[in-house]
Design a protein around this ligand. Structure first.
Ligand code: ATP
Length: 456
């Protein structure tokens, strides 16, 4: 069927209540998006599945929910105030601001890697290849300058007494600053993990790939604290765990690949991404980093508080190493939608749009559909019973065929039809989304039938 384009996905998401443009009635606000009734459920299910896998079922892993606004010294220690910046330049003609590295990547298509280039080298490349402004086509750029990505705000009771603070650009520091509190309160022994799901903010200039890169987004992060000599093994383990999670929520392994970083941070001994084949090409979905003891050491240095862990068996004191696994919930949501979207030609030529979501991720697990409105006395109690166990939706408007299509389009795995036979045999027809096959089940069997199918 036709290729999925980003424009098509944006239109679908808007029409089906998955994602809307942010502040739309005011003309929008660049790179912000709002999740609608269906989208919020899918995204919550993604976050729940991740938490289940990396906290609930993960040995020795603990969750936190740290404050978004942190003491500014945190960002000095992490290096964000000094160097969390992108190389940007302005088009002299239309005044659009662009990332130099993104412009080069789009042009070079893998032949050069801007991450390994200095600003001067990027400037020379842009001039030599006459890279034009994507907005107006002019080739007149200001010199490249580094722009910090952190959003600043101010805290203080009066204007004269303001302290600059930042909206956190990543959730990771919330795990690092709480390392000892978590360790002591849980009496965890190294190796152990701290996970967090929460909002992060970056003042990004983006080429508009929908929710791929936004200025406000959610991250799901797991920091594994271990002995330095074990970190390589944990790094490999988390690469596999991260990949397996994606396969288990429905990704085709042909659409995923590991990509080692060409340039490592000075403290890191290994770093890679898992990339997904988005409509615009292979792009980062998540990162896995072997960060050594850099993060905790820096917090020890800047806070003056000891970050030493004492081994309860031999009394050895050391600052643990960190293996970080970080994935954007919104970027994963985009990948999930791209992976699930399908258009199928039915007999007779009709096109069926269907979101083939893993049942655990679907917004509604089933739709309850009385064949006719006057069957509502039988259908409503079924709906009300099922919704105590999982999200279900009730729809009695329009032909049954149209109602099936509506549910296919939002990825509801089961449609339960109540017909006149239900009145006699207390049975219903259950139609499965992907195969469209139908089975007849007793009303009492529904809960376990659906419950088994949606397990993750
Ligand atoms: P990129 O190179 O795409 O900017 P990054 O390497 O800066 O990403 P990290 O800082 O490692 O990303 O963040 C971890 C994860 O958070 C990324 O793999 C991605 O899934 C997500 N993420 C980062 N920045 C954004 C953003 N602006 N919008 C949405 N998700 C993001």
């Amino acid at each position: 069927m036709g290729k999925l384009t980003m424009d098509k996905l944006v239109t679908l998401c808007k029409g089906r209540g998955i994602i809307f443009a942010g502040s739309e009635i005011y003309g929008g606000m660049g790179n912000t998006w709002d999740y609608g009734p269906v989208g919020v459920e899918i995204k919550n299910n993604i976050k729940r599945a991740w938490w289940k896998r990396f906290v609930q079922e993960n040995d020795n892993s603990f969750g936190v929910d740290a404050a978004i606004l942190m003491n500014s010294r945190v960002w000095d220690a992490s290096g964000h105030t000094a160097s969390f910046s992108d190389p940007k330049m302005d088009c002299k003609k239309c005044k659009s601001r662009m990332r130099a590295d993104t412009l080069i990547s789009a042009h070079a298509k893998g032949k050069v890697n801007p991450d390994t280039m200095s600003n001067e080298e990027m400037q020379a490349y842009i001039e030599q290849h006459k890279l034009a402004c994507p907005k107006c086509g002019a080739c007149e750029w200001t010199p490249i300058r580094q722009f910090n990505l952190m959003f600043e705000t101010a805290r203080g009771v009066t204007d004269e007494n303001q302290n600059k603070i930042y909206l956190r650009p990543e959730t990771a520091q919330g795990e690092f600053v709480n390392f000892l509190s978590v360790q002591r309160s849980t009496r965890a022994k190294v190796p152990f993990g701290i996970a967090q799901v929460g909002k992060a903010f970056r003042n990004e200039v983006t080429p508009g790939n929908f929710i791929f890169r936004t200025i406000e987004f959610e991250q799901m992060e797991h920091q594994l604290f271990c002995k330095e000599e074990d970190s390589k093994e944990f790094y490999e383990k988390y690469k596999e765990k991260a990949m397996q999670f994606l396969l288990d929520i429905g990704f085709d392994k042909e659409h995923l690949r590991f990509k080692d970083h060409d340039k490592l941070a000075h403290y890191a001994s290994a770093a890679c991404d898992i990339q997904f084949l988005y409509p615009m090409g292979w792009e980062e979905l998540n990162g896995i980093h072997n960060r050594g003891s850099y993060d905790l050491s820096r917090h020890q240095e800047y806070s003056g508080k000891s970050m030493l862990y004492t081994d309860p068996f031999n009394g050895e004191k050391y600052i643990p190493s960190v293996v970080e696994y970080s994935i954007g919930a919104d970027r994963l949501m985009l990948a999930v939608l791209c992976e699930a979207f399908d258009e199928e030609e039915l007999e007779g030529g009709e096109i069926r749009s269907v979101l083939r979501l893993a049942p655990c991720l679907a917004a509604y697990k089933a739709a309850v559909l009385p064949l006719q409105k006057n069957l509502s006395d039988s259908a409503r109690p079924i709906f009300e019973k099922l919704r105590k166990s999982f999200p279900v939706i009730y729809d009695d408007a329009g032909s049954i065929g149209k109602r099936y299509r509506r549910q296919d389009e939002i990825g509801t795995p089961f449609c339960i039809t109540i017909d006149f036979d239900t009145l006699d045999d207390n049975s219903v027809t259950v139609r499965e989304r992907d195969s469209m096959e139908q089975v007849r089940l007793k009303v009492d069997e529904l809960e376990s039938y659906i419950g088994n199918a949606i397990k993750f």
